[in-house]
Design a protein around this ligand. Structure first.
Ligand SMILES: Nc1ncnc2c1ncn2[C@@H]1O[C@H](COP(=O)(O)OP(=O)(O)OP(=O)(O)O)[C@@H](O)[C@H]1O
Length: 618
């Protein structure tokens, strides 16, 4: 049989009762700020259960009184019954109101944390998770948790409290005979407890199947072109139906179990009512019980199971909730890269040490010296822009060997430096570290002498902007796609000119207000790349890091772009990751990132391009 090309995520082992409780409690830690609202929901649910039971009993008592002695003597009971009905309605309304407020807050908190986790994991490629799984966690799992914490957990606790209250009051009123009530309640709750391992298995299967379905849908959308080109459409459709069948079969198993639970609970309820009727009738025939109380006792037997039914309803979803809680908690707590310990004094890193020059540029090109002495009004909005990297080590999680180790780099303010090196050596990783998208395990990165590790990443990103290899295009206007809502019109056009995109935008039907297709489907790779460049230029940072910015440009456009980059703002520091000779030639220095210690670049291929030798290596 042929193997599928799409890897299936293995279904995790179903959690036991202890694991389930641990997952649910772990998740509730993220929701601590909602404790007060949870207490209000708990109180309203408890009150609602007790009021329902009391009203049911009142209605039986009122009916008995009406039958026995007419409306006059039953008047006060009828008034109490009316008040009870109104109170039940009012409390139910409050309960729904507060539960929904809690639900919105719970889902908000969980989604916010998931989005933060995704943002943290994005530079690690979501730490090997499939995009669809994270989408599923953010949507389906978050909703399952919202349902549990806002509409179920309070019901369980209130059910337990109400069951204890009813049992206590019945014991006080009816004596030891009333022990049958807690016994029946325990029996009803026992059904889902016994079926809990099965519920856990089914919940885990269903959550995994739903995540797989969502991952498959996203992956099919992303690979649609390759699928068509390589004739894989039937295979992808087969996979989609297999995933759908898996979800349906998980749902069917779950529905069968909950159906069984319901049937057993119904049977237990009917059995309790019959038992109460037989007992009460027997006792009253022997003169040990008032005959007119028989209907009240029978009704009490029936309604006393209301709290237990609320508990079982929640427990039957515990397996699914625990599975969702486990997945979301694992995502929220997924490890990023271990950050370096904050320095004792950030300023002390600002002074270059005696050896600093050894790893820095071998010569200071005249152009660069000129640029670094540019007048103040040419400086970036956030400073001069010198960059120093000291003994940098970066390691991806679950990878033994660091990608970068012992990397040194000195870029003077206003320099334009090319970073070159073999594919996979860590150039993009270096760029991600500079932009604080991943934290280093060791070493420092200084901008204008300030250790970036000692400041908020947002502060670093005000001074240093990274333009990645594949800029994302939103389904929004060109203007909105520049992601700078406050930028003035002339600034936007300047950035578009510099990125060599202005003519293309002018030719669009609505110019800047033309709405682009999702992911820039109607734009070429080079146009999308230039849009990314325009975004970076528009921010006017003192340091601009470009990851292969000209990879999608033709030779002429590349030359124009480099010209604009050099003369557009001469004081800006620019670090360009590149494999292109034309870019290297335009730079003041070339830094070779390689794996074998220091080696003069002048001996390597790049020497012929620009005759400069700067080495930053492991
Ligand atoms: N999230 C990640 N988890 C584990 N390893 C990763 C991750 N991202 C990148 N790597 C590995 O780190 C190494 C450096 O990757 P990087 O993208 O920095 O290389 P590069 O020099 O920019 O390559 P290229 O020139 O091909 O773009 C590669 O071996 C890559 O497989």
């Amino acid at each position: 049989m042929r193997q599928s090309t799409v890897a299936q995520t293995p279904v995790p082992a179903a959690p036991g009762l202890v694991d389930m409780t641990r997952s649910v409690l772990a998740m509730s830690r993220h929701l601590r700020n909602q404790r007060r609202l949870f207490a209000i929901v708990l109180a309203t649910v408890w009150l609602s259960l007790l009021l329902s039971i009391t009203t049911a009993l009142l209605s039986v008592a009122a009916a008995s009184a009406l039958a026995a002695s007419g409306a006059r003597s039953a008047g006060h009971l009828l008034v109490a019954l009316l008040a009870g009905v109104l109170a039940v309605g009012l409390v139910a309304w409050f309960e729904q109101w507060f539960a929904h407020v809690l639900a919105y807050r719970v889902i908000d908190t969980i989604r916010l944390r998931i989005h933060r986790a995704i943002a943290r994991l994005a530079p690690l490629g979501l730490a090997r998770r499939r995009s669809g799984e994270t989408v599923s966690a953010a949507m389906a799992d978050a909703e399952s948790l919202e349902w549990f914490y806002a509409h179920t957990a309070a019901q369980v606790l209130a059910g337990v409290l109400a069951a204890l209250t009813v049992s206590g009051l019945s014991l006080a009123w009816l004596g030891p005979w009333a022990l049958v009530i807690p016994a029946a309640q325990a029996l009803v709750v026992l059904v889902p407890v016994l079926l809990l391992p099965r519920a856990a298995r089914q919940g885990t299967m269903l959550r995994a199947a739903l995540a797989e379905l969502s991952a498959h849908a996203l992956s099919a959308r992303a690979s649609a072109r390759e699928t068509l080109l390589l004739g894989r459409l039937p295979e992808v459709s087969r996979q989609a139906s297999a995933q759908t069948r898996r979800v349906q079969s998980a749902r069917r198993a779950l529905a069968l179990r909950t159906g069984l639970e319901q049937a057993l609970i119904e049977a237990a309820s009917v059995a309790l009512v019959i038992l109460a009727l037989i007992l009460a009738a027997d006792l009253s025939s022997r003169g040990q019980f008032q005959p007119d109380l028989v209907p009240v006792v029978v009704t009490l037997a029936g309604v006393s199971l209301l709290p237990a039914t609320a508990i079982t309803g929640a427990m039957s979803r515990l397996g699914e909730t625990a599975a969702a809680a486990q997945r979301v908690d694992a995502l929220i707590r997924a490890p990023g890269i271990r950050p370096v310990a904050p320095p004792a004094s950030a300023a002390s890193y600002g002074r270059p040490g005696p050896d600093d020059d050894a790893s820095g540029p071998q010569r200071d090109p005249a152009g660069a010296a000129q640029k670094s002495q540019a007048p103040q009004d040419h400086l970036g909005a956030h400073g001069l822009g010198s960059v120093q990297v000291r003994d940098l080590r970066v390691r991806y999680p679950d990878v033994d060997r660091p990608v970068l180790d012992g990397v040194h780099l000195d870029v003077e303010a206003g320099q334009m430096v090319a970073v070159v090196g073999p594919s996979g050596i860590g150039k993009t990783t270096l760029a991600l570290s500079l932009a604080r998208l991943i934290a280093q395990e060791k070493g420092q990165i200084l901008i204008d002498g300030v250790d970036t590790g000692a400041e908020a990443p947002e502060r670093t990103r005000e001074r240093l902007v990274l333009v990645g290899q594949h800029p994302h295009v939103f389904k929004a206007s060109v203007r909105d796609n520049l992601l700078a809502p406050d930028a003035p019109e002339e600034g936007i056009w300047r950035a578009l000119e510099a990125a060599r995109l202005a003519d293309h935008v002018r030719a669009l039907p609505q110019g800047l207000d033309t709405v682009l297709a999702e992911r820039g489907a109607a734009w070429s790779g080079g146009e999308r790349q230039r849009l990314g460049l325009a975004r970076g230029l528009l921010r006017d940072p003192s340091v601009l890091v470009l990851d292969e910015p000209t990879a999608g440009l033709d030779t002429r456009t590349e030359a124009e772009f480099l010209e604009a980059l050099i003369h557009g703002r001469p004081s800006r520091t620019t670090i360009i990751i590149t494999h292109r000779r034309a870019v290297m030639r335009a730079c003041d220095a070339v830094v070779l990132l390689h794996d074998g210690g220091t080696r003069s670049v002048s001996e390597a291929l790049w020497a012929s391009s620009c005759g400069q030798a700067v080495v930053g290596a492991q």
